[in-house]
Write a protein that binds this ligand. Structure first.
Ligand SMILES: *Cc1c(COP(=O)(O)O)cnc(C)c1O
Length: 406
């Protein structure tokens, strides 16, 4: 059957507008489309393919498990899930793990846990404190906790008992947290909201206020987790541990899986029968994620993240200076944002399209930020080539209006 990009408009729900190309193959940080054109991948499938495409260790883990056992449900447990959970517990603050299939599901579990935790103390203790420009997924509860009105508009009535505050504002947080707070929920680096790192003071204040008011501190590390920050989890960079942490995206390196990590005390809230997922802890997903954790949780790989991030940010900053398109870059590890300069406000999508035309795939984080979330093991040669192509695209974009005016 012959399918092309135009087939999308015929058979898919119109909630996405994918790029004009249809990739058919990937290897490392390169992709090839239906026409055989090749691209450098700076997008990483939105911070997911963190060992590139078709990494041999992940292919081996998946194919080996595919020949053994695919699915049982939660009526029985399985070896890959138990091994993965043990490795996550050993490597983090957590004592317990709940598996699911996506970031939104991990957050849904965390927010439901927070509500049950508060309810057990006092029904009034149900308020979730979250932040403007946060993103926690697309289920009704997670868009409601996320602080972007455009994602809840038209879906009302939405769940209540959620309060939004400005991000990185310690005074606002101090004023808002009370005995009615069941949880404070934040991304250590706001991803969709424009690659905004939390300040260390803000992270520490969130921990202190949560302790003071017996609220849970929940970190949404769906985008920042699994080595992307240069640490296995970004909370380790800040030295502030949560009670509950959600992880997905990079965890499966491209195979769908999510997880909620929790302390013993927080985990105890989700007693037998209180929550569940048919596919959560699926042996295929857990076998791949185990290979991801084995590969990424290595000091050399994590140090490599910081080194690669510096190369990319130096490159972006130099392009920004030369063409006047970007303000100085920001982010943590290989979650990188290049904010548009004043003159280029609102045009991040134009830059992505200009890059694609030159054979490099980048992302936006809203209209004002170009986002890069490449493989954690992208080669220096691919970094240099991707930056060269991005610069070529930007040069054309900058020259086009001048040529038209001449
Ligand atoms: C992507 C993302 C989610 C949602 O993950 P899905 O797998 O798309 O449900 C939640 N939180 C953050 C911080 C994310 O970046």
């Amino acid at each position: 059957m012959n399918v092309t990009r135009s087939t999308f408009n015929e058979v898919m729900v119109p909630n996405y507008q994918p790029a004009d190309i249809v990739p058919v193959r990937g290897e490392g940080s390169r992709l090839w489309d239906q026409a055989g054109r090749e691209y450098v991948d700076f997008a990483g499938g939105i911070a997911v393919t963190l060992l590139g495409h078709c990494h041999p260790k992940l292919v081996a883990a998946l194919t080996e498990q595919a020949g053994k056992l695919w699915h049982l449900s939660n009526v029985m447990t399985n070896e890959p899930a138990l091994r993965l959970a043990k490795k996550l517990v050993d490597a983090t603050f957590a004592d317990r793990v709940f598996f699911c299939n996506s970031g939104a599901e991990a957050n849904e579990a965390a927010f439901k846990l927070a509500r049950r935790y508060g309810n057990a103390i006092d029904p009034a203790k149900h308020e979730i404190i979250a932040f403007y420009n946060a993103f926690h997924g697309r289920t009704l509860f997670t868009v409601s906790v996320g602080g972007q009105a455009k994602y809840t508009q038209g879906f009302e009535p939405i769940p209540g008992g959620i309060r939004h505050l400005p991000f990185n504002d310690v005074a606002a947080l101090e004023a808002a947290v009370s005995s009615n707070t069941c949880a404070i929920v934040l991304e250590p680096v706001q991803g969709e909201g424009g690659i905004m790192p939390a300040s260390t003071a803000f992270m520490a204040a969130a921990r202190r206020l949560a302790d003071q008011h017996k609220a849970l501190l929940i970190f949404d590390e769906v985008q920042t987790g699994v080595g992307r920050s240069g640490h296995l989890y970004a909370y380790q960079h800040y030295g502030v541990a949560p009670d509950v942490l959600t992880t997905a995206k990079g965890l499966g390196g491209g195979f769908p899986i999510g997880a909620m990590l929790a302390t013993q005390a927080a985990a105890d809230v989700l007693a037998f029968g209180t929550h569940g997922s048919t596919y959560g802890g699926n042996p295929l997903a857990c076998a791949v994620a185990e290979a991801v954790i084995d590969t990424v949780n290595d000091p050399a790989v994590l140090a490599g993240v910081t080194h690669r991030a510096q190369l990319i940010r130096d490159g972006l900053d130099s392009i920004g200076r030369r063409y006047g398109v970007f303000a100085p870059s920001r982010g943590l590890g290989l979650l990188i944002g290049a904010p548009m300069s004043e003159a280029w406000k609102g045009r991040s999508k134009d830059i992505v399209n200009a890059g694609l035309a030159q054979g490099v795939w980048a992302l936006v984080a809203g209209p004002d930020v170009l986002r890069l979330a490449p493989s954690l093991v992208i080669s220096e040669a691919d970094i240099a080539e991707g930056l060269r192509r991005l610069e070529a695209g930007i040069a054309k974009l900058v020259e086009a209006p001048k040529a038209a005016a001449a």
